[in-house]
Ligand binder design. Structure first.
Ligand SMILES: Cc1ncc(C[n+]2csc(CCOP(=O)(O)OP(=O)(O)O)c2C)c(N)n1
Length: 333
């Protein structure tokens, strides 16, 4: 109790905010699971799940100002997108590639979240190309004297491409308001971290680029939130970049096309399932008296209804017109 209370005090969040974070985590989990089911039923395309990453995603996104700060998520960041204001309908309209999909009008790959008004910028398919984009965006804010922060999200695999190193280098040199969030789940598809780098905590690299790097328990939503809040404050105050490494685990295969039994033991997956970030936060909130059985059931029912609604909504929605296929590809007369 004392530990939970202390965590709450330092996070500075109201009970309502804590419940909202819990709800967003549950929504991300359920919507991800629904997409996997739809793919298996042959109704939807390839899907990338955020299951297991919810504390890292909601904890970081909750510290931002939606529609003010610029967010460059990667394909696993469903709960980042939902926390910033993308709706379950938006997500599934994109999944089913409908004409009125806000992400891209049905053009982009699934899970390439974007929303102009919410300042969520679509990633490119090549891993980590969003890192230099985020640094460029942060430089623009700095040159214009704006207090907008840019955030690049990526996995541990995303720390290896040259793009990330170049982005981090210029973030340090130019001292721009950018935050690098690494959702460290120990695998780049089937490649374990130990085959990718010889350091345990990738956050140590930040020092070499001239700004702070922090490693946090990425399954502890309040620890993530506190670390991110500090990074955001630093960025807004003109103190430059931060690298935040959130240690977490994806509870399901890399994508619906992956069989993780070929490279992860069931014991390992089970061990991490015991540390599920949602179960952990639920217990913490109950201990604090912020959540009880009744509210928990209400949240579950609300999530289920929203996910069902989002699943059904695209059924009646228009398909993109074939004649529009080349829009945004070539200049139109
Ligand atoms: C430059 C590049 N190389 C390879 C790929 C294929 N690819 C897609 S996702 C991925 C794994 C990335 O792993 P990580 O960044 O750790 O994120 P995670 O999926 O584990 O959350 C790879 C290798 C790609 N999209 N782009």
């Amino acid at each position: 109790m004392a530990v939970a209370k202390q965590a709450l005090d330092t996070a500075g969040l109201s009970e309502q905010q804590l419940r909202e974070m819990h709800y967003k985590m549950a929504l991300g989990r359920s919507l991800s699971a629904r997409q996997r089911v739809l793919q298996r039923m042959g109704k939807g395309p390839i899907t990338y799940s955020g299951e297991g990453h919810e504390a890292a995603q909601v904890g970081t996104a909750y510290a931002l100002r939606p529609g003010h700060d610029w967010v460059f998520p990667y394909y696993r960041d469903i709960a980042v997108a939902l926390t910033l204001g993308l709706t379950p309908r938006d997500v599934l309209m994109s999944f089913f590639a409908r004409r009125d999909d806000v992400n891209s009008g049905g053009r982009n790959m699934p899970s390439h979240f974007s929303h102009p008004q919410l300042r969520i910028v679509s990633e490119g398919a090549p891993v980590a190309t969003q890192c230099p984009h985020a640094v460029g965006c942060a430089l623009a804010a700095k040159l214009r004297g704006l207090d907008e922060v840019s955030v690049a999200y990526f996995g541990d695999g995303g720390t290896s491409p040259g793009d990330t190193h170049e982005a981090m280098n210029f973030a340090g040199v130019l001292k721009v308001p950018v935050i690098f969030v690494c959702e460290f789940n120990s695998y780049a598809i089937s490649v374990p971290w130990r085959k990718q780098a010889a350091v345990e905590n990738v956050a140590v690299r930040a020092q070499g680029y001239g700004f702070p790097g922090l490693t946090v328990d990425g399954n502890d939503v309040l620890a993530v939130y506190r670390a991110m809040k500090e990074a955001v404050e630093r960025a807004r105050a003109g103190a430059g970049a931060t690298f935040l490494e959130a240690k977490t685990y994806r509870l399901v295969p890399h994508s619906s096309d992956d069989d993780d039994r070929r490279y992860r033991t069931r014991e390992e997956v089970e061990d991490w399932s015991q540390r599920d970030p949602i179960g952990r936060f639920t217990r913490q909130l109950k201990e604090l008296g912020v959540l009880d059985e009744v509210r928990e059931k209400e949240t579950a029912a609300r999530v289920e209804a929203e996910v069902d609604d989002a699943t059904n909504y695209p059924e009646a929605a228009a398909q993109p017109e074939a004649a529009s296929a080349l829009r945004h590809v070539f200049v139109e007369a």
